[in-house]
Design a protein around this ligand. Structure first.
Ligand code: ADP
Length: 161
């Protein structure tokens, strides 16, 4: 039996913080499905297809990664994929309350679903997609935070070149 995990998120856009979680999950699972949320309540800068394309590009050298755009109930998706765990990253205490609530709701919806929290690597503690968007908006250099491909897409999207 393959051990499959799902890493859901908006990935608007994918950062080195996300990539770190993805690489570390691959040590624990046979396959990691990155589920790009289409129906997020947050307004996203990139379309789901653009977020998918960036993830595709920056994970192309990683084995056992699959990327899908997903909308609907995560627990249904988990069943559909025969996945055993939801992966989420935790940065500061401020992430905790929301993550805790989501994990409990998912557990209530399907008691077999486990949520696995991975602590951020120290160097990515401060890193978020929204922070990167802000940096690029003000013409800052984002190359310490996102791969060059993503940085270029951000500049294009924000009409900075
Ligand atoms: P969402 O909108 O679902 O929170 P994000 O794309 O912002 O989606 O994040 C997806 C997941 O990755 C979340 O669990 C988030 O906490 C985690 N994550 C984001 N940035 C980092 C980081 N720098 N280090 C560790 N985990 C992170």
């Amino acid at each position: 039996m393959k051990r499959i995990a799902v890493y859901p998120g908006s990935f608007d856009p994918v950062t080195y913080g996300h990539l770190d979680i993805i690489k570390r999950s691959l040590v624990l699972f046979d396959q990691v499905i990155i589920a790009v949320l289409r129906n997020t309540m947050k307004k996203s800068l990139f379309t789901a297809q653009e977020r998918y394309d960036m993830l595709r590009e920056v994970t192309s050298t990683l084995p056992n990664v699959q990327i899908e755009v997903f909308g609907g109930l995560l627990v249904d998706y988990m069943k559909d994929k025969s996945a055993i765990a939801i992966i989420r990253g935790l940065r500061a205490v401020s992430d905790f309350e929301h993550e805790f609530q989501m994990a409990l709701v998912n557990k209530k919806l399907d008691s077999k679903v486990e949520t696995l929290f991975m602590m951020t690597s120290e160097r990515y503690l401060y890193l978020s997609s929204s922070m990167v968007k802000e940096i690029v908006t003000f013409k800052g250099n984002a190359l310490n935070f996102v791969p060059p491909y993503v940085s270029k897409k951000l500049e294009e999207k924000l009409n900075l070149n």
